[in-house]
Design a protein around this ligand. Sequence first.
Ligand code: ADE
Length: 276
Amino acid sequence: MRIDVLTLFPEIFHSYLGQSVLKKAIERGLVEIHLHNIRDWSHDKKHHKVDDRPFGGGPGMVLMAPPVVECVEAVQAMANEPGHLVMLTPQGRKLNQAVVEELAQHPRLLLLCGRYEGFDERIRLILKPDEISIGDYVLNGGEVAAMVVIDAVIRLVPGVLGDEESSRQDSFSGPDRLLDHAQYTRPRCYRGYEVPAVLLSGNHRAIERWRLMDRRRRTEERRRDLLEGSTTLRLGESTRDEKVSKNSLGKCGDAGTCPESSATESRKESEKGCQA
Ligand code: ADE
């Protein structure tokens, strides 16, 4: 996948692009990221100005249409196909995992980052971008939002995570878009909290059942809004048949007596179980 970022501050991306998952994806040729400075398309050859005061008055500066439109057109022409143009703006449709999946289908994305008080309206009218917001709050510019889009999208590019299953099992993913289930690792017992016994049982069907019920319960408790679109759980028909109550996340007695409360637990100890 190729991603072109159009910004006034390309340097903001440098350390982010050097981080592990993305860096490896770039090195392995799975993802290409190209940064473009909108200022390079300024008509003002002396000061490279790209913004001006709003007509009609008001605070702040507005990004001018000519450098932005011409930058987008020039970048579109840099590859065989123009790509899918995304404008990062708080007025766009809200980013969620379904939108991320949709964006990940495109072999090329252009991410247009704004600054100042916004874009001249003619940029939107001429370029007809897919306007995306990362949430109902206003950032100082689209750069952080563009990094959020890149980070979420590249997880879905085949090969990037190594294990294809891990992105399919994420919260909000899969047909039901539920929150992910609780995860545990060693030690088996920590400060009185024990790992649910079923996860240690080796019974894969029982583990899968427990995980599904935990996903449903967590989603119902935290994000009932997500259940409205769910095919496996409608509102009200919760975890009736197979309760995964808070109590089933076993308490294993006080931390002082817990044989596995230290990170250096031995295998033998982990087989002994938690003493209540
Ligand atoms: N630019 C400023 N605020 C933003 C937001 N919430 N989402 C996307 N781009 C933005």
